[in-house]
Design a protein. Structure first.
Length: 385
């Protein structure tokens, strides 16, 4: 947009100045004719007034100087006495070049030197004339003043924009700090309340497993105690992730990805055909990442059993040096789902799963497939950053 405007300005100024000069100069010698062409070409350089304003103004100053060097050496050789001095003026494009030099210039000292030179050539103190002085000051001083005002206004607007951006960043940082403090508070609440209750359950289950005379009861108590211990481990991992970054933790040792065989066999035992495809060499992952991967596959297989009876399932596990990729894809239900089974649960399994994946800086993608069926895919980092 700016380029089109500058092209239009350059062509208009060059054409208008040339028409005026032709009507008032005596083009009866080769020098004035060549000077007219050079002046028109120089004013076409206004196209570059934003990119190289000093160069454009320098060329126009040279053209103005060429008007008077021969005249100073040999008076009357170029401009006869009947040529009014008011029409032998600095190129009109100088006014736009002066403005551009102040607003877009990159070399202030050179720019002001050229402006002073053009002003002297426009005013022509060696040939005083009221109209020439007035017109010369109008063409040079007024654009310079307007350029100073425009440059100051631009700097003010940039400063205001920068201040607004800084205030916005500060508000964002304050909001992030408030969220971090709230996460830390929630983590402490989880640790103080939930851990206490689960620990009591584990202790009671362990006591029941020791004192009960019935073997089945002891086995159930041991399963309950094991599940409670696993829940405590997961809770500790979640608390570590939720707490603020200022709290220093010892990073747990990386472990292998939890074995998914039990989950796969569990689904196969209830009639769900499951195929497993593994790609890449297994990598060590943070414990919380491993448990998150286990939950992704568990939730996806549970949803297949509930909502897609008769479907075949493909479980894909891909390993990369710094991440693991999981995908559970089913072919879609073959028969209607059991309304009692499909209606069980809270209905927020995928929502909770997404939150869990995001807590470990992972990504979860879920949705129906174009050809039918449903896909749950997750990308998890091998370690926490």
């Amino acid at each position: 947009m700016y380029l089109l405007f500058d092209v239009w300005l350059a062509v208009t100024v060059a054409a208008a100045d040339t028409v005026v000069v032709i009507g008032h100069w005596h083009l009866d010698n080769r020098y004035s004719t060549v000077l007219l062409v050079v002046q028109a070409v120089a004013q076409l350089g206004l196209v570059a007034r934003r990119r190289a304003p000093e160069a454009v103004l320098g060329v126009l100053a040279l053209v103005a100087l060429l008007q008077w060097i021969p005249e100073l050496i040999a008076p009357g050789s170029i401009w006869p006495a009947d040529v009014e001095p008011v029409w032998v003026v600095t190129p009109v494009g100088s006014a736009f070049a002066i403005y551009a030099t102040i607003v877009h210039g990159r070399h202030p000292r050179a720019g002001w030197t050229l402006i002073a030179l053009v002003t002297v050539l426009a005013v022509r103190p060696w040939q005083p004339h009221v109209t020439v002085v007035t017109l010369g000051l109008t063409m040079t001083v007024m654009p310079a003043l307007f350029g100073l005002w425009s440059a100051s206004r631009r700097r003010l607007l940039l400063a205001l924009a920068e201040r607004a951006e800084r205030a916005e960043r500060e508000r964002h940082l304050l909001a992030e700090q408030a969220r971090a403090e709230e996460r830390s508070r929630l983590a402490r609440e989880m640790h103080d309340v939930v851990t206490h209750r689960v620990t009591l359950m584990v202790l009671q289950a362990g006591a029941l497993g020791v004192t009960s005379p019935d073997g089945a009861t002891r086995a159930a108590a041991e399963q309950l105690r094991t599940a409670g211990c696993q829940a405590l481990d997961e809770l500790r991992d979640l608390v570590r992730v939720l707490q603020s970054p200022e709290v220093v933790h010892r990073e747990p040792e990386p472990v292998a990805l939890p074995d998914l065989t039990a989950l796969i066999e569990e689904s196969r035992s209830v009639g769900v055909p499951v195929d497993v495809v593994r790609d890449g060499d297994p990598v060590q992952v943070a414990p919380v990442v491993g448990r998150t991967a286990y939950r992704v596959v568990q939730e996806a297989l549970t949803n297949v059993r509930k909502h897609a009876p008769g479907a075949s399932v493909l479980v894909e596990v891909g390993f990369a040096p710094d991440r693991i990729r999981l995908s559970v894809t089913d072919t879609g239900p073959v028969q209607g789902a059991d309304p009692v089974l499909a209606g069980s649960g809270s209905g927020s399994g995928l929502i909770g799963l997404r939150q869990r994946v995001e807590l470990v800086q992972g990504e979860l993608d879920t949705g129906p497939r174009p050809g039918g069926g449903f896909r749950v895919a997750a990308t998890l980092p091998a370690g926490l950053r």
